[in-house]
Design a protein around this ligand. Structure first.
Ligand SMILES: [Zn+2]
Length: 254
């Protein structure tokens, strides 16, 4: 972590004016354990006793403009995507255990009234967060099933005719049909184009003489993070792929 000329009370200015994010190519990829004076960035974020993490939506307009930061637990297990605002909060709260990645982003705040110096925080593209709470949210939890991530898992390929389609032309097909007690889980769904889905109807693949061209599987958390973010930085992708299961179709994409 690098924090230069912190002037805590200026973060509010930074927030209202919007950040200036720039890639800091000279930023070291290794851990930087530089400490910062107590009570600086804390004061711009709020009370030191504040326990709750702020809610910064990764779906906000600003989050769409800037790359998301990948968080890990202290052991290096991928956890989630956060906005740069949330990353700044972690830095301010001294919750960064270590950082990695080849990219970094500098958020410029306001000018210090007393010294005239500009405040800024440089956040790495991949940061490990201190605390047990991170580790508890297990890596092995089944990620939520959504069409977007499902279609990405299946590379937008119809599971029956092997055609490649855009999102709007695809559907979620239940291998064991919903109406025959098929459940809505990663292992019972594949991506299907509309004509194939309609042709299969409420039949099993073998009943419809429609063989699956690939098998369903449950993406692990690392893969789900890849599927859920279209603007992954190269270093983040490289890191996440190390944690993706060998059978994953993510490895088919360069
Ligand atoms: Zn099809």
């Amino acid at each position: 972590m690098h924090q230069r000329k912190q002037a805590g009370h200026h973060l509010k200015n930074a927030k209202t004016r919007g950040p200036s994010l720039s890639s800091a190519s000279s930023f070291p990829s290794a851990i930087s354990a530089q400490t910062h004076p107590a009570g600086t960035l804390d004061t711009m974020i709020g009370s030191k006793h504040e326990a709750m993490e702020p809610a910064f939506s990764i779906f906000s307009a600003e989050a769409k403009r800037f790359p998301l930061i990948l968080t890990l637990d202290q052991n290096g297990i991928p956890h989630r995507w956060i906005t740069w605002q949330h990353a700044v909060w972690y830095y301010a709260k001294q919750r960064i255990a270590w950082e990695t990645g080849t990219e970094a982003f500098t958020v410029n705040g306001g000018k210090c009234r007393n010294t005239g110096e500009l405040s800024s925080v440089t956040a790495a593209s991949i940061i490990a967060i201190k605390g047990k709470a991170m580790a508890i949210r297990g890596f092995n939890q089944t990620p939520p099933l959504n069409n977007r991530e499902l279609f990405h898992r299946d590379r937008h390929v119809c599971g029956y005719c092997a055609g490649i389609f855009s999102h709007s032309k695809l559907t979620r097909d239940h291998i064991i049909p919903y109406c025959r007690n098929g459940i809505d889980t990663w292992m019972n769904v594949v991506t299907a184009c509309r004509p194939c889905n309609e042709r299969k109807g409420s039949r099993l693949p073998e009943e419809a003489n429609m063989q699956l061209v690939y098998a369903p599987y449950i993406p692990n958390r690392a893969e789900f993070l890849i599927l859920a973010n279209r603007r992954i930085l190269a270093d983040q992708m490289e890191f996440l792929k190390l944690h993706v299961a060998a059978h994953s179709r993510v490895h088919l994409v360069s």
